[in-house]
Design a protein around this ligand. Sequence first.
Ligand SMILES: Cc1cc2nc3c(=O)[nH]c(=O)nc-3n(C[C@H](O)[C@H](O)[C@H](O)COP(=O)(O)O)c2cc1C
Length: 180
Amino acid sequence: MARIGLFFGTNTGKTRKVAKLIKKRFDDDTVADPLNVNRTTLEEFAAYSHLILGTPTLGDGQLPGTSADCENESWEEFLPRLEGFDFSGKTIALFGLGDQVGYGEEFLDALIELYNFFTERGARLVGAWPSEGYEFEHSAALVDGKFVGLALDLDNQSGLTEERLDTWLKSIAADFDLPL
Ligand SMILES: Cc1cc2nc3c(=O)[nH]c(=O)nc-3n(C[C@H](O)[C@H](O)[C@H](O)COP(=O)(O)O)c2cc1C
């Protein structure tokens, strides 16, 4: 089994695409094939001490799921299943997709929901990301002036995605023992 679990939610597939870009950089012993949380069991998710988790922000600054008008279930429905689980001793890094032009008042807001959920259950969250290089009015996903995970905008800055991924993965390499 790979050392690092890679899970995502998505509506239109962009977050899956980014998860695949992450996976492509590592062998099967290091990072598992990305799995959509709507096809993931609690056991599969809980098996990893190190997790990389991705989400878009949809609806009104929400996690993907039926309330955000997604066709399929997603993080909204998966998180309650993890409710009673203790994530102490686990290390988690988040990446989020949003649209700073179309949704500049709630840019990447859903990231904070994952951050709060796993922090409250004992996980160590790493991979905070600077807010420079984006133009938005407000984001709930900022803590101490930084995004709580990698901020990606494939709607407006897709050309920066690979470079941002490289920089971010290097920044979490020590915590995840990544060969970078
Ligand atoms: C109906 C709708 C609502 C959205 N709401 C937000 C939002 O509140 N904040 C944000 O940053 N992006 C928002 N977005 C942009 C998406 O997060 C962005 O397009 C993302 O790349 C979609 O990822 P996916 O293809 O994995 O579903 C919204 C997009 C749609 C279509």
